[in-house]
Design a protein around this ligand. Structure first.
Ligand code: NOJ
Length: 772
């Protein structure tokens, strides 16, 4: 196992985090398509055109066909004759192959045997790392630091490209408001601004500064669109999303990816208002192509073209292929229906050949932009040395530390907050199914990560406190476990001075695709174990490992210290120990609302007010929008996270009390400042710490109701003990914009409230009037 000592994590490795200490708002997200670079480079056109002229119809169709040639991750197509198909020019792209030797072998068939020698494009789900596994995307987003995300994506690109993979099916930029949906783990949570910032950061990281650099890979923003709105949080389920909601919440992270230059987009499985996303001319043609000017590839999700049949909009494969293609999907992932039917559809006049040509141009343009024609093969001798570089592991450790969210830190036995722990002579009992589960630490979509490379938590803890001070018991499995094992764990807890409990979900099996859960509490007998260990009266630190918020009201009431560790990736053990012992001070904040009970879902902070909101002064009034058996509020709101120090916020101050909508409108999308907003933030504790300072806006009196709060900017601020900084946000016009009742992006006259606050539920707002 490759291990690196802590001292090499020098300042430059952590540079990403310091560089991010800048205000992030809509103005930080690219508002325009990149020109002259990558797939938008006009010098590619003559090369594309000259090749296209030589192609037969069958060869053209071949460029729109993609198969999985490795581990299947979904229903198969029944085809295995890829070698023969490659030689005939019938395949454009392959995925799920992940060694240089294999990609080169397949590439040789395409380049040497096919008539036109067109190279194939190799893809893989490189979601949060390749060999160097970073924390899960939900955790990476909890850093609120796009530079960390960009750096992680860059490392992933370098490692993946060393095996010949030049296409990742990432970032997943689906807004997710319901943690029953297992894929919430793969995205950046519930907020469109944060989601857009992270979306652009992944694209920059993967694609680098030039697509034709051998270590650049193309991004694929997915799943376009609305997949995260699956009804009841059940994966693949249908969605009902109004155009307003689509435009204001679900589309922005995709537009951010397009504007950052993403060379591909994946069309989703779900139906939107009855029209499947993989045959949806409104989202694919009107919005993506016409309004945003996207010139990259639209790839279907795995068999989502064949799934038009069970969706009920096609009764046979030919109709499914026609509807998907005419709806705007360029490439067929794994259905084989384009291979089977497109040529015949052209010959029968149902699809104009000009449309096929246009789709093929888009594919060829990507292949030229990547330099695949000049360098189709990868240097096998460089594959191993690209992996697990010390600097990559350093980034992974920093990302893991910055992603953890401290949810509770009440006083322990000596009246001080229980965390951080001090190195003393106490005996520590480490209990729970996730304490030593290296594979789970990698979360869902593990790329080529090897659980043997994961920094083990027990090993790191032993190093920290010495073998004699560590007692161990598993207690239960994630699901299942015996009374004897629970009793043995309680006996171990009784012998210790302090207990660290490592509970939660298993990373691979319970999070990610097809892992929706109707019950989102601690699985199996873990709650029982927790209650019995707490009953020993020993101070307990609870580490929660999960790919979603877990409902654990009892734990939050009875356990003094709770840290959401998510699935921290390859440096799990070292990051956990450094965090528990205060060598790293937690600064992560939630990017999803943490519910009290699953019955509250979907629960998200940027909801609309009802006509009968609860009056906080009389919360028990009847005939208001509330539950009779649960509070409306989350356990922890979006944006929440504690630190080992404490911060105090002064009142929000605005530089002007009035703004003119007619002055703001021409400035939309152009950056620039229309209002400065400030607040003093003081570190009132005894330690240096970093605080993510958040800015929210509410608009009232608009044509379409706006959320009770919407995140419009944030900044990470480092503060020494007793230090105060004035945090100033120079807001762009977009901070006051909305999609109106005509589905136009604009600024309207409104009563605005602006908060600078530590999370989405606190803070003292300032009023601003927006006049016509
Ligand atoms: C299906 C998943 O929905 C998608 O995210 C993934 O990229 C493809 N399978 C390919 O593995």
């Amino acid at each position: 196992m490759l291990k690196i000592p802590v001292f090499i994590f020098s300042a430059w490795l952590l540079r990403g985090s310091f560089m991010a200490a800048q205000v992030i708002s809509q103005a930080s997200i690219p508002a325009q398509l990149p020109s002259g670079a990558g797939i938008y480079d006009p010098s590619l056109n003559p090369k594309v055109q000259s090749l296209l002229r030589k192609m037969t119809l069958d060869e053209k169709v071949g460029q729109l066909v993609q198969y999985s040639a490795g581990q299947p991750t979904g229903p198969g197509t029944g085809r295995t004759d890829y070698e023969d198909m490659l030689a005939k020019g019938q395949i454009s792209a392959l995925f799920n192959i992940s060694t240089a030797k294999e990609t080169n072998a397949y590439q040789r068939l395409a380049v040497e045997k096919s008539r036109l020698h067109i190279p194939i494009l190799f893809g893989l789900d490189v979601i949060h790392g390749f060999r160097t596994e970073f924390p899960i995307p939900l955790a990476l987003a909890s850093t609120w630091d796009p530079q960390i995300v960009e750096n992680a994506a860059r490392v992933a690109a370098k490692e993946a490209s060393a095996t010949g993979i030049r296409w990742t099916f990432s970032p997943m930029v689906d807004i997710a408001r319901d943690p029953r949906w297992g894929r919430i783990t793969e995205g950046a949570g519930e907020d469109p601004l944060l989601g857009s910032v992270m979306s652009a950061a992944y694209v920059r990281g993967y694609q680098g500064s030039r697509l034709d650099a051998p270590d650049s890979i193309i991004a694929c923003a997915k799943h376009y669109v609305g997949y995260g709105a699956a009804e009841a949080g059940r994966d693949y389920n249908s969605t009902e999303i109004s155009e307003h909601t689509l435009r204001q919440y679900y589309l922005p992270p995709f537009q951010a990816a397009v504007n950052a230059g993403s060379a591909s987009i994946m069309s989703a499985f779900n139906a939107i208002n009855g029209v499947p996303a993989s045959a949806n001319p409104f989202t694919l043609k009107q919005v993506l192509r016409k309004e945003w000017g996207f010139k990259g590839i639209v790839d279907s999700d795995w068999t989502s073209i064949a799934e038009l049949i069970p969706h009920g909009i096609a009764n046979d494969g030919s109709t499914a292929a026609r509807k998907a293609f005419s709806g705007g999907v360029d490439m067929d992932m794994a259905s084989s229906l384009y291979h089977d039917h497109l040529a015949a559809l052209v010959k029968s006049g149902k699809i104009p050949v000009e449309e096929i040509d246009e789709a093929v141009r888009r594919v060829l343009r990507v292949k030229f932009a990547l330099g695949l024609f000049e360098r189709p093969y990868v240097d096998e001798s460089r594959e191993a040395s690209a992996m697990l570089q010390p600097s990559s592991l350093g980034l992974a450790q920093n990302a893991a530390e910055r992603s953890m969210v401290l949810l509770k830190n009440a006083p322990g036995p000596n009246a001080a907050p229980l965390l951080p722990l001090s190195k003393d002579d106490r005996a520590i009992a480490l209990i729970g199914p996730l304490a030593d589960d290296s594979s789970s630490m990698l979360g869902a979509w593990q790329g080529l990560a090897d659980s043997k490379d994961v920094a083990s938590f027990p090993v790191a803890l032993t190093k920290q406190i010495g073998e004699d001070h560590l007692l161990r018991a598993k207690g239960v499995n994630v699901i299942g476990g015996s009374d004897e094992d629970i009793n043995a764990a309680v006996a171990i807890a009784n012998k210790a001075d302090l207990v660290i409990l490592a509970l939660g979900e298993s990373g691979g099996e319970m999070t990610g695709e097809a892992t929706s859960r109707a019950h989102i509490g601690l699985p199996g007998r873990q709650q029982e174990l927790l209650e019995k260990v707490v009953a020993t009266g020993k101070p307990v630190v609870l580490l929660v490992f999960s790919g979603r918020p877990l409902t654990m009201p009892w734990a939050f009431q009875h356990v003094p210290a709770v840290l959401a560790a998510w699935f921290p990736g390859i440096e799990a053990g070292s990051a956990l120990v450094r965090t528990l012992y205060g060598e790293s001070n937690p600064s992560g904040k939630l990017v999803v609302s943490w519910p009290r009970d699953v019955g509250q879902e979907p629960l998200y902070y940027n909801a609309l007010s009802t006509g009968r909101p609860i009056d906080p002064a009389t919360p028990d009034n009847n005939y208001v929008s509330r539950y009779i058996d649960e509070q409306n509020t989350p356990q922890f709101p979006f944006g929440f996270g504690l630190s080992y120090t404490s911060f105090k916020y002064g009142a929000t101050r605005v530089a002007a009390k009035q703004l003119k909508a007619s002055h703001l409108m021409p400035k939309l999308g152009n950056g620039g400042t229309v209002l400065s907003v400030s607040a003093d933030v003081t570190n009132t504790g005894q330690r240096a710490g970093e605080e993510i300072v958040e800015l929210y806006v509410r608009l009232e009196g608009t044509s379409v109701a706006q959320p009770v709060r919407a995140l419009k900017a944030f900044e990470q601020v480092a503060l020494n003990p007793h230090e105060t900084k004035t945090v100033t946000f120079n807001l762009p016009a977009d901070a006051f914009a909305l999609w109106n009742d005509q589905n136009k992006y604009t600024v309207e006259a409104a009563k605005a409230t602006v908060w600078i606050s530590p999370d989405s539920a606190r803070g003292e707002g300032a009023a601003v009037e927006i006049i016509p």
